[in-house]
Design a protein around this ligand. Structure first.
Ligand SMILES: [Zn+2]
Length: 359
């Protein structure tokens, strides 16, 4: 869950007009000004710092214009990327303008937010700020039952006839070879991971049990060492034994499962998933035999793996897995396009077992 700053712009005429809405989609904007700091736009001095010019949007007409969006994404005072909501999400904003078919401000009413631009050359900032924006969209899609296809950029709102002629945010995305289509894929991936995560947690005991000495654990893609330093990709690609009884949330991992490496490093327990309990029988690492007892756990070894409706590439693609995570296989079957197909416990579909490692 994102830790969202709530700082309603109560002086803005849009807030005062308070036209009720039910969100039908999301419009993504970017600010068009080189300033990554939320304090430029958001009146929340404690969290985003003081705007010494007083030109934030908690005023009747920011910059002399009748304008308001629901939220901004950018740096807070500690240079953490945060979402700050300046309008309640059940009030129409004045963001996208209008086009030949109408306006996403009212009919249908879309939630709209601005991403704070920098000089549009820093790929790290770009990835991070769009990452938080995508997470925000995923949360909104879940909460308001919005389909990912209803997330549009201002530029697309214009092309669809529901907004003024602006190029944001694709003029920025284009510099890094991306479009709103890539952004929607990113949101879809997050939503799928959330669904998988919830279902796995509901159904599969080993993934929620507490961590003990001797357990085998996998490391999350976004993990850092306990002191915040980066974990190399090769370390994340292995699964590791817990070295000693964890103290609080600090877990020391040491040998990898094959015993070929030893790192003895502390990691926050939130980044670890137990894939085999210490007291369980010894793990097997053979390739998957013709008949395997189900269910069992696998770790995905590909960056992108299709989820299909049935056991074969001749059945429809119903999703994808992009997290190299751990999943439970409840049934195996032969089918075209893979040595063997495995059915996900979540019910999401079938995956090729050529791109998994059995745990
Ligand atoms: Zn815009």
């Amino acid at each position: 869950m994102l830790d969202i700053i709530k700082a309603h712009a109560v002086n803005n005429l849009c807030y005062i007009a308070a036209q009720k809405m039910i969100p039908k989609g999301i419009v993504v904007h970017s600010t068009g000004a080189n300033n990554q700091y939320l304090r430029r736009y958001v009146d929340a001095p404690v969290e985003v710092g003081i705007n010494q010019y007083g030109n934030h949007w908690n005023t009747a007409r920011p910059g002399g214009t009748k304008v308001c969006v629901h939220a901004f994404v950018g740096y807070d005072k500690d240079r953490q990327i945060r979402v700050a909501e300046i309008l309640p999400l059940n009030i129409c904003c004045w963001g996208v303008g209008s086009g030949k078919n109408g306006s996403y401000n009212y009919n249908p009413a879309y939630i709209q937010f601005e991403i704070c631009e920098d000089a549009l050359e820093d790929k790290t900032y770009y990835n991070r700020v769009f990452g938080v924006a995508a997470e925000y969209c995923a949360e909104l899609c879940e909460k308001y039952k919005i389909d990912v296809s209803q997330i549009v950029g201002h530029c697309e709102a214009y092309r669809q006839g529901y907004g003024s002629n602006h190029a944001d945010p694709e003029h920025w995305m284009g510099k890094f070879g991306e479009t709103m289509e890539d952004f929607r894929k990113r949101v879809s991936g997050m939503l799928q991971r959330r669904t998988e995560g919830v279902k796995n947690r509901d159904l599969s005991a080993p993934e929620t049990t507490s961590i003990e000495k001797g357990d085998l654990v996998s490391i999350a893609d976004n993990a850092t060492y306990y002191n915040g330093t980066k974990i190399p990709a090769w370390v994340k690609a292995h699964i590791w034994y817990v070295h000693s009884t964890p103290v609080g949330d600090r877990v020391v991992i040491d040998r990898n499962e094959k015993g070929t490496n030893s790192i003895c490093s502390p990691v926050h327990k939130k980044f670890l998933t137990v894939v085999k309990k210490a007291n369980a029988s010894a793990p097997t690492h053979k390739t998957i035999p013709a008949q395997t007892a189900c269910p069992y756990l696998v770790k995905i070894t590909a960056d992108y793996l299709n989820v299909r409706k049935g056991a074969g590439t001749d059945t429809a693609k119903v999703g994808s897995i992009t997290d190299r995570g751990v999943y439970t296989i409840v049934e195996e079957r032969n089918g075209p396009g893979a040595t063997k197909w495995g059915k996900l416990k979540s019910g999401a579909g079938w995956i090729s077992l050529d791109f998994v490692k059995k745990l």
